[in-house]
Design a protein around this ligand. Structure first.
Ligand code: SF4
Length: 232
């Protein structure tokens, strides 16, 4: 048993430790809010990877936040490990939450534009879209006000999604946040669209070519693309 555990640890890859980057990101925002800009990597990389690869590679390998919930809820036993309620996994909830999340993101961009046009900078981080947390100790005088405003807004988005993820981690299974995570929903949509495109090509293939397509390593069904990450 001990040997098996050691073997597992030896097999760990660099990307198994990306949860450290997630923690570091949150911590750096306390020292200087401008580090919040780094969060754009977590926003753009999943979209780029799901567009260029055949499955949700970001979710399955590179998401530090998913790893963090797994670690806290699993190894540190902070999760009650209940099944998430069905509505949390339903398509209507996931798409409604994505729509709401993107609307709030749009509002954050709009506020940044207003500051760009001369409105005073608001040195607060909005938590759960309602609570304005004062964040005046970070020094942002050396950048344009709109650069700082975007950082405050974006950090609020990242903090809010982390808090929601932690709450669902405690109440349900460790990665229950993944069931309605907006990034996960977006990457899933991209994978589904890609699958449909490839499926239509597939249907136009002759029977002889179809065999070759099947052996090419392409997914056999939409289920190969889509995985409910909340299931442990
Ligand atoms: S669904 Fe969201 S939190 Fe979960 S692994 Fe994917 S990007 Fe990360």
């Amino acid at each position: 048993m001990k040997q098996l555990k050691q073997l597992k640890q030896l097999k760990k890859r660099w990307y198994d430790y990306l949860w450290i980057a997630s923690l570091l990101y949150l911590a750096l925002g306390f020292f200087n809010i401008l580090f919040a800009w780094l969060g754009l990597i977590c926003f753009l990389l999943p979209l780029a990877l799901s567009s260029s690869s055949k499955d949700k590679v970001y979710c399955n390998k590179f998401c530090g936040r998913g790893q963090l919930f797994e670690l806290l809820g699993g190894r540190f036993n902070l999760s009650r490990r209940n099944n998430p309620p069905l509505f949390l996994r339903s398509a209507w909830f996931r798409y409604s939450f994505l729509t709401f999340f993107m609307a709030m993101f749009g509002l954050m961009i709009f506020t940044t534009l207003l500051v760009f046009q001369g409105k005073p900078l608001s040195e607060t981080v909005k938590l759960l879209w309602v609570f304005n947390l004062p964040w005046r100790w970070t020094h942002t005088d050396w950048v344009f006000p709109w650069v700082a405003q975007f950082a405050f807004g974006f950090y609020g988005v990242m903090l809010t999604s982390t808090v929601l993820g932690l709450i669902t981690m405690i109440l349900f299974k460790p990665r229950s946040w993944c069931a309605y995570c907006p990034m996960g929903t977006m990457t899933q949509c991209i994978c589904k669209l890609k699958y449909r495109k490839e499926e239509s090509v597939f249907e136009r293939e002759s029977e002889s070519n179809r065999g070759a397509f099947k052996n090419s390593g392409k997914p056999a069904s939409v289920a190969d693309y889509v995985r409910f990450d909340g299931e442990q």
